[in-house]
Unconditional design. Sequence first.
Length: 386
Amino acid sequence: MEELISATKSAFLDGSLVRLRLAGYHGSEPDLKSVDVKKITVKGGDKFSFTFHYKTRDIIKNLIQPEALGNLRIALKDEFRSAQLSTTGFDMAFERNGDKIRLKRTKVVGREAVSTDHNRAKNHPLAGGNKPYLNALGITGKDGVVRNDAQDKFRQINKMVEIFAPLIQAIKADKPRIVDMGAGKGYLDFALYDYLANVANRPAEVVGVEMRDKLVTDGNTTAAESGFDGLSFVPGTIIDYDASGADAVIALHACDTATDDAIFKGIAAGASLIAVAPCCHKQIRRQMEAGKAEDKLDVLLRHGIFMERQAEMVTDALRALLLELNGYKTKVFEFVSDAHTPKNNLIVAEKDGRAGRDRDAILKQIADTKAMYGIERHYLEGLLGL
Ligand SMILES: C[S@@+](CC[C@H](N)C(=O)[O-])C[C@H]1O[C@@H](n2cnc3c(N)ncnc32)[C@H](O)[C@@H]1O
């Protein structure tokens, strides 16, 4: 076992590692089939990239060397019966039967080293092939090439796929149902559907809810032309949409309190994932402008631009707390460069049995924040019946 680990480490260090595959899993993780380990070069340096192949999905974890080798040791000892190391110079087959271990090394000739550059594959999850929807959305020309004036938009939707695909892949449902509230032209829906079905081999059902009928009709026409059977757009407002059965509820730049409608629908449906990128935080801003905030905040609130930013932070911080209160582990981060839009915060909430247990503490934080900023009620509180 140590010989295999040492050979893997050497191949990782000298760049000859092609892949280590672990198979014959007999551990406690449901539906785990095999694991592939490769070398990857990312911003933080060289890492071991573990791809865990489950029955219906893949999960990737990138680990630094000591942690990766420690995990390998445990995996080979207790969890996998066989392993196959492939390098540019030799293969090594490992088999364990009870306490008996067999290790066989064979020479290989002419196998090329693999690229470890994460960015090569990563930059363009949607690259390759002529995609009718990209043409319909005005991103590519008739020749399938990304138009000069749409390069930014193309980068943006690739970035969205990079962010959302792993979140969707982490959902346990076999074919997750994703509802995009305030879908607009459906950039995210087409890209995500295409990526999941055709690149990640993890089909999902995607529904875009949109109140502008023309966008709904156009979206459905393009979905049919693309052969995307599981993608549809429905007309109507977010609050009137029956989201029951949704595994993920997403809303990107749904205006003002439409974001709260989407969060509420996600919570009510018990969705595993709720992800929203809010925009225009008018509802809370109006209450803050009424001037009932604590005096000591005057220095922050007397300037319009600071007021705007504070309103944005307070609105979204309260949303995050209300999500936690309802059993979601929540994080907030920037999801596209602020060169594209200043409204670039993404709230990602994943259902987690441990979140929201200390209800009283969360309720106190909400009450304290509201008192400090002179807020009477967050619109989402009303929807949640608080
Ligand atoms: C700024 S656009 C964003 C579109 C899309 N999510 C994107 O990021 O490209 C907001 C969209 O949400 C729709 N919308 C806003 N409020 C809505 C509501 N309450 N119900 C349904 N659609 C809504 C608007 O018609 C518009 O198409």
